[in-house]
Structure formats: C-alpha cells, structure tokens
Ligand binder design. Structure first.
Ligand code: HEM
Length: 131
C-alpha cells in the first residue's frame, strides 16, 4: 500500500452498488468491476450480492481461480478504510417504529380471535348437550 492510494470509506463504497456502477471491497481493496459485469462467468447479478459490504467471503466462497484473482487486479480503485456498516447508508430504513408495533398487534389479534371463537363454540356445544 502506498500513501497516494485512494482511500474509500463505507459510505463511498455504497454509492456504487448497481449493475451500471459496481464497486466491491475484497480483502481490504476496492475494485470497480463495472467493466467486467457482462464478462463475469458467474453473471453480473451475482456480483451485486457482494455490494455494500465486505465482499471477501462471497469472493472466496466460490473458490475463484488464480486467473480470476489476477484479473481482479486491473479493476483496483483504492483501499478500503474504516468499518463496514450493517446496511447501505442511502437505503437505511428505520426499524422498530410505530408501524412495526401495530403490525405485531394485529398479528396477535389475528391468532387470539379464532381461538376465542373456537372456545365459545365448544362451550356452547357442551352446554347444549347438558340440557
Ligand atoms: C464477490 C462477488 C463474486 C461472486 C459471488 C462470484 C461468483 C462466481 C461464480 C458463481 C462463478 C462460477 C460460474 C460458473 O461456472 O457457473 C464465478 C466464476 C468466475 N468469476 Fe466470479 N464472482 C464474484 C466476483 C468476481 C470478480 C470480482 C472477478 C474478477 C474480476 C471474478 C472472476 C471470475 C472468473 C474469472 C470466473 C471463472 C472461474 C474462475 O476462473 O475462477 N468474479 N464467479
């Protein structure tokens, strides 16, 4: 690594997460694999799954050949700096908001109501038999 190398953080990495513009962070190096999209033997789409994160495991899990590793070198744009986040900053969604609570409430109501109806039906049946 030299000091003139471009340093790329998580936020910048996540700005390039489409089929038309894709950067991957593999082993601490960031690669602009956009020109390779159409030529990738595994297809372009599969490389998208390694966007917005440390793509090292995805790359290694496939067992890429030394030829693939050699090819990778020419797409280098810089080195990754900092921490990887859980989600892409631009697509981050709020979790645990009021909507979540109301969805959970409805789900419970949807389960409890049929059980109550069933219990009432069973009680009514037995009360009818005792007469
Ligand atoms: C990290 C995301 C990536 C995933 C998930 C991925 C997945 C795959 C898969 C599934 C294959 C097998 C295709 C088949 O035979 O059906 C493959 C092959 C290949 N990939 Fe990738 N790939 C990724 C990134 C890359 C990158 C960045 C390069 C190079 C720039 C690359 C170069 C190759 C090459 C040359 C092959 C042919 C087999 C070999 O030489 O290993 N891949 N990849």
């Amino acid at each position: 690594m030299t000091s003139t190398e471009k340093k790329i953080g998580f936020e910048e990495l996540c700005k390039h997460n489409t089929l038309e513009d894709l950067w991957l962070a593999i082993d601490g190096i960031v690669y602009d694999v956009t020109p390779f999209m159409d030529d990738h033997p595994g297809g372009g789409e599969i490389m998208l799954s390694a966007a917005n994160k440390d793509g090292t495991d995805d790359f290694e899990d496939v067992g890429h050949s030394p030829h693939a590793r050699e090819l990778l070198k020419k797409f280098k744009v810089g080195v990754f700096e900092g921490e990887f986040g859980d989600e892409a900053p631009l697509t981050k969604k709020k979790k645990g908001g009021r909507d979540d609570v109301s969805i959970g409430g409805n789900a419970i109501l949807g389960m409890v109501l049929p059980i109550l109806v069933l219990l009432c039906a069973i009680m009514a049946y037995y009360m009818g038999m005792q007469r």
